[in-house]
Design a protein around this ligand. Structure first.
Ligand code: ADP
Ligand code: MG
Length: 698
């Protein structure tokens, strides 16, 4: 390829959007909100989906649940206020069918434009109403008979408030006119593209923005069209390169060499009531090897719930302390952080090590005290994201441990790392996650981390017997609870809501708590939720641990980390609303001791097909990896990885589950490009990431 030519083309794409017709400062600002600053950002602003306005569906043939375009004549108009303002328009066509158009937001003028006899062309989703097919708020236009149809599928783009589809389509159309030739546009070497059977980028872009008539609609709808696959490949490649670059930047810093004697570790191991599993030992060795280097460790430890990640983390922390460095452990919720604090105190205090504590609720004198401890070199600190806040300064932070990575974003990890303090050294990073992720996916999503797996549970665990029970049999479930507790067992009753508002969840839990107290007068029923004072919550948890409380009613605050081995029964309310990962996490709270445990998934019929499938999976297996695979199929990787919460990169075309088969080649090619053509790799990232430099300060 001719390099001068290539960079000229880049300039072409790099020109600001204001070089397009009709784009002034105001529109440029609106575009900026969508991450569009340059012409090439428009090339890569890809359709979310397509609408087919190339044909008209006879009204009689409308199918509920499918979008369609219809054309007909207004037969009747009715506007009024029954419960809420509503405009109803009956539209009929030659197929002798009638579809009802319903509008809940409308203006008077709109009604006047729709007298009976007006010919309308409408596009919208079809649903079945009491009287026949309906469209709610369809897009519509008044047309003359014989108005030509669209020749191509209509792309629908991610849009924003001040910027409609029409405007975006025009702008993207203009930008595409400037698309240079393939030989200039292409950043993936020709030979490799041929090996992988990838088409050209130019062709792919033109196809996804303007699918030709006769394009494979069903392939386009599910993202498997060759043009989309070509783009998905490049997008995944970009993500991989971006994460590898991030890793390289972090690794270019120096870290303290933590090559310790192991004296403290030995002391802890001697005192533990168990021996480490082979998997724990292997992962511990991997961590130890990393800590001995003068480059920051970036390691993710995956392990199913109950696989014993905490003790592995504690051993790593001891290594840092032996060398005179501080270790910090951060968890996403206060409850989980409290659990870690309790564990670490039990393990470390006998070794003469104090465990400092910092959470959002630590205020005033206690906070000042904690901050002082950190800046004066407290050896071990546990806390929540409060550890990352301004004003928190460490003396010599050597190791950062982050539990439940999927709740924290890359940025947050970086923030804590920057607290490292000690001159030019950055701390080692250890990330723990209980979300088992299929291997290919892990390699892609965590390309910035080395991955270790604790793929073995401690001996003596018995699988949790799981049943799904309809809410109509709630009475039986309560009775079963009574019998189990009479035999000295303990139980969780977990209350869940769809929208996880702390307040509503707390209320729901309070109601159930009262119900169970009334139904089980002979038993102690406790309550924990996220809105309680941590001291009160602590007291209840402690009572449950001691066995003084038999039944613990809880919100999903107990999802992670709670560890009471004698609790062997769990009831999960509204189980049909929860995802597999969350159900698995919750269920992981039981089955920790040596009694056979059980889990009751209480649901409210009717079950959707998806919910039925999820509950079925839960009944069949307790294996976190199998559940994760299934979850990936059912929900897609965004949910599995928790991207929603973390703000990890969202993909434009790629879909990790659907396109997983591309990943091995993506990883190979990405690493090759970084090694042999770093400039090319950088340009790929620039192209896809848009104008905002993502992890620029890594
Ligand atoms: P998770 O991986 O879910 O964080 P934890 O670290 O909370 O798991 O460990 C779960 C329970 O298993 C704890 O009570 C812990 O003390 C115990 N445990 C950890 N490792 C072992 C082991 N090798 N043998 C027996 N019990 C263990
Ligand atoms: Mg844990």
């Amino acid at each position: 390829m001719n390099r001068t030519e290539a960079s000229a083309s880049d300039d072409n794409g790099r020109a600001p959007v204001t070089t397009l017709k009709g784009v002034g400062p105001a529109l440029a600002a609106t575009l900026g909100k969508l991450g569009i600053a340059r012409v090439q950002d428009l090339w890569f602003h890809l359709p979310l989906r397509y609408e087919d306005r190339t044909c008209i569906t006879p009204i009689r043939e409308l199918v509920a649940g499918q979008p369609a375009q219809v054309e007909g004549v207004v037969e009747a108009v009715e506007s009024g206020f029954r419960f809420r303002a509503q405009l109803k328009v009956a539209l009929g066509d030659a197929s002798a069918g009638t579809v009802l158009l319903r509008f809940f937001h409308f203006r008077r003028a709109q009604i006047e434009q729709l007298p009976p006899g007006t010919r309308l062309r409408c596009y919208g989703d079809v649903r079945m109403g009491a009287q026949g097919p309906e469209m709610i708020h369809p897009q519509y236009q008044r047309v003359r008979e014989g108005t030509p149809l669209e020749a191509r599928l209509t792309p629908v783009y991610p849009a924003s408030g001040g910027l409609g589809q029409k405007r975006l389509r025009t702008l993207i159309g203009q930008a595409l006119e400037r698309l240079p030739d393939d030989c200039v546009l292409e950043l993936i070497p020709e030979a490799l593209r041929q090996d992988l059977g990838l088409g050209s980028l130019r062709e792919a872009l033109l196809t996804v923005h303007r699918p030709p008539p006769g394009a494979d609609l069903s392939a386009l709808a599910c993202g498997t069209h060759t043009a989309q696959q070509r783009l998905a490949f490049e997008e995944l490649l970009t993500q991989h390169i971006g994460l590898r670059q991030l890793r390289a930047r972090v690794r270019s810093h120096r870290a303290p060499v933590l090559g310790a004697t192991g004296a403290l570790r030995e002391k802890l191991l001697e005192r533990l009531p168990f021996t480490l599993t082979d998997a724990q030992q292997r992962v511990s060795r991997e961590i130890l090897a990393d800590l001995g280097q003068d480059r920051p460790m970036l390691r993710l430890v995956q392990g199913d719930v109950g696989s014993g990640k905490t003790v592995v983390a504690a051993l790593a922390a001891l290594t840092a302390m032996e060398c005179g460095w501080q270790a910090a452990m951060m968890a996403p919720t206060e409850l989980l952080a409290e659990q870690h604090r309790a564990n670490l105190r039990a393990w470390l205090e006998p070794l003469g090590i104090e465990v400092a504590w910092l959470a959002g609720k630590v205020q005033g004198r206690a906070r000042k005290h904690a901050l002082q401890a950190l800046s004066h070199g407290a050896q071990m600190v546990v806390g929540t994201h409060a550890l990352m806040q301004q004003g928190v300064v460490f003396d010599r932070l050597g190791l950062v441990i982050i539990d439940e990575q999927h709740r924290f974003g890359v940025h947050q990890r970086l923030a804590l790392r920057d607290k490292g303090g000690a001159q030019d050294r950055v701390p080692h990073q250890l990330v723990l996650t209980a979300t088992p992720i299929p291997r290919t996916l892990a390699m892609s999503a965590y390309a910035d981390l080395d991955v270790s797996a604790i793929d073995e549970l401690p001996p003596g665990r018995t699988p949790v017997q799981t049943v799904a029970v309809s809410g109509s049999r709630r009475g039986e479930v309560i009775e079963r609870l009574r019998v189990a507790c009479a035999q000295g067992r303990q139980a969780y009753w977990v209350c869940t809501l769809i929208e996880e508002s702390d307040q509503l969840a707390a209320q729901a839990a309070e109601v159930v708590h009262a119900e169970l107290q009334a139904a089980l007068p002979d038993l102690q029923v406790g309550l924990v939720h996220g809105r309680m004072k941590s001291r009160d919550r602590h007291a209840v948890m402690q009572a449950f641990k001691n066995g003084d409380v038999a039944v613990l009613v809880a919100t999903t605050v107990i999802e992670v980390g709670v560890d009471v081995p004698n609790a062997s029964l769990m009831v999960i309310e509204n189980a049909e609303r929860l995802g597999l990962a969350q159900l698995h996490q919750l269920r992981g709270r039981v089955g920790r001791g040596n009694v056979a445990s059980s889990c009751v998934l209480l649901y409210h019929p009717p079950l959707s097909a998806l919910a039925r499938e999820r509950l079925g999976v839960m009944r069949q297996t307790c294996d976190g990896f199998r559940i994760a695979e299934k979850d990936l199929q059912l929900r897609g990787p965004g949910e599995v990885l928790g991207t929603r919460q973390t703000g990890r990169m969202e993909f434009r075309v790629a879909d990790l589950a659907r396109d997983a088969h591309l990943l091995p080649a993506v990883q190979r090619l990405g690493d090759a490009l970084l090694r042999d053509a770093p400039g090319q790799a950088e340009r790929l990232v620039q192209r896809w990431v848009g104008s905002s430099a993502r992890y620029a300060d890594a």
